[in-house]
Design a protein around this ligand. Structure first.
Ligand code: NAD
Length: 499
């Protein structure tokens, strides 16, 4: 079995912990590689190397940092297929879907290349007689990112391009289930000219995360993953004096109004609920049609589409979706569908009976599933399923539908399908959710806007990338300047008032 190791000081290294765990191909259920799991000493070493690089990197003119990122962008564009294959082999998503996530990550690199503009400060001349003020943004030093399995390239790229452009050294702790993409990104950053120690990959589990949270030289933590872990990261990281942005889980609803274009809504829901086997934090997992007629017509349109989903390995270019990420996750999703049925939901399309393609019988496949007559007291509504399961909660009117959305603990994304501009506008204004789509099912903001949810979907004050990312990865300093003019001065003992 070959090992997947760390990347420290611009080199792939094995680490010293002696701990590792297997990495599986979800389509076959087989494992021929294992990922090493860092010890506290491995993390300490990585932080030491990063800290040693941080002064020079932070002092480098932003334009030169941007040029390195520009070369990295070109390498990434040229090698998208290689990276997509590595992602699909560990995650299971289709290769087109993997290319999609790389493209969304690349957009953040493109944003970060504007570093000299993004870091421009503010100047006020004559804040007092002969006194000027200027405010500037400086890097934090060493910062860390801890990322989930479901976007092995895009989520790290929500973080590190902006962190590096702002002059920080970045330590990435990827998911132990999908560890390889991080190493390719690290190789190509080094090839683009990034100095040793500026970008580090530490493979690991809870032990590595706890050390990053406690290490005094790690100044900020960006986290994306499930809500219980996000809450822990935020509480512990901030208690240790760090800046933390911790993005958590989601349960994204789509309200379908009676006046909606139902063909458009049905197609949008197919991609949003079943794309990437539902393993997206912006997947739509609950449809809330308004009125019995809307619900019946929507379901009628969707059922044949769900039954026609092409489910297979990522290597089959015809697949619409692949398997789930691990056997444990497959069992969890199946168990939740069982529970939904036991609690009274109607299983309209049952993915549990899906038969895997020949040669992939040990893969973690489940078919697209549709549950109707789901109510907010059921486990399938309360919990994030993170699988290809769409729950339908029927609402009598718009207010009832909006109340279902408002009641959920999560507030990541939401969508409304309607032709009524006023209804859409009121909904967008009132809903307590961070990212809203109007006839757009997965409203993931572009790189120059910022990504983040509300309520239990985000702990912290800053969303990711865009100007929120620049603010997160920099500290504001304001400098007030007076030069001697030759005019005699006198000591003043009252609070200075420059004006
Ligand atoms: P996860 O919380 O299990 O793991 C995320 C990261 O935390 C991994 O690097 C993992 O090694 C680490 N980790 C896991 N348990 C830990 C613990 N007890 N202590 C310290 N570190 C720990 O999440 P996942 O299963 O990899 O990813 C799926 C989850 O991520 C879903 O809940 C999904 O909604 C969420 N997600 C959210 C967003 C968002 O933008 N809000 C984006 C992608 C994924």
């Amino acid at each position: 079995m070959s090992d997947i190791g760390h990347f420290i000081g611009n080199q792939r290294v094995a680490g010293t912990s002696g701990r590792s765990q297997p990495v599986f191909n979800p389509a076959t259920g087989q494992s021929d590689r294992q990922v090493v799991l860092a010890s506290t000493a491995d993390v300490d070493h990585a932080v030491e190397v990063a800290k040693a690089a941080s002064r020079e990197w932070g002092q480098m003119p932003p334009l030169r940092r941007a040029r390195i990122l520009d070369r990295f962008k070109t390498l990434l564009q040229d090698r998208t297929t290689q990276l997509a294959e590595a992602i699909s082999a560990e995650h299971g998503k289709t290769q087109d879907d993997a290319v999609g996530e790389i493209t969304r990550g690349l957009e953040v690199v493109e944003f970060a290349i504007a570093a000299p503009t993004l870091l421009k400060g503010e100047v006020s001349e004559n804040v007092g007689t002969g006194v000027d003020s200027h405010a500037l943004r400086q890097p934090l030093g060493v910062v860390a990112g801890i990322t989930p399995f479901n976007f092995p390239a895009m989520v790290p790229m929500w973080m590190f391009p902006v962190a590096l452009a702002c002059g920080n050294c970045f330590i990435l702790k990827p998911s132990e289930r999908t560890p390889s993409a991080a190493l390719l990104l690290a190789d190509w950053l080094a090839e683009a000219g990034l100095p040793a120690g500026v970008f580090t990959v530490i493979q690991g589990d809870r032990e590595a995360v706890e050390r990053l949270l406690a290490h005094p030289d790690v100044k900020a933590i960006s986290f994306v993953g499930s809500t219980p872990v996000a809450r822990h990261i935020y509480t512990t990281g901030t208690a240790n004096g760090k800046r933390v942005q911790a993005l958590g889980g989601a349960k994204n609803h789509a309200i379908i109004m009676p006046d909606a274009d139902l063909d458009m809504a049905a197609d949008a829901l197919m991609g949003a609920a079943y794309g990437s086997a539902g393993e997206r934090c912006m997947a739509i997992s609950v449809a809330v049609p308004v009125g019995e007629d809307t619900a019946n017509r929507l379901i009628e349109k969707m059922v044949p589409k769900i039954e026609a989903l092409k489910i297979g390995p990522s290597t089959d270019r015809g697949s619409d979706m692949g398997p789930l990420v691990t056997k444990q996750h497959l069992e969890k999703v199946r168990g939740l569908v069982d529970k939904g049925a036991a609690e009274g939901a109607t299983v309209v399309v049952d993915g549990r009976s899906f038969t895997a393609p020949q040669g992939y019988e040990d893969g973690y496949f489940i078919g697209g599933t549709l549950l109707d007559n789901v109510t907010p007291d059921m486990t399938v509504w309360k919990e994030e399923i993170f699988g290809p399961v769409l729950s339908v909660v029927r609402a009598g009117d718009y207010r009832e539908a909006a109340a279902v959305v408002a009641k959920h603990e999560y507030g990541n994304g939401v969508a409304i399908f309607t032709r009524d501009g006023n209804a859409a506008r009121s909904f967008a204004n009132e809903v307590e959710v961070g990212m809203v789509g109007i006839n757009v099912p997965i409203p993931v903001p572009m790189a120059f806007h910022s990504f983040g949810g509300w309520k239990a979907s985000l702990f912290g004050d800053h969303h990711m990338h865009g100007m929120e990312g620049v603010r997160f990865y920099t500290r504001l300093k304001t400098i007030t300047t007076r030069w001697p003019t030759g005019v005699p001065t006198a000591a003043e003992f009252v609070m200075p008032t420059l004006g």
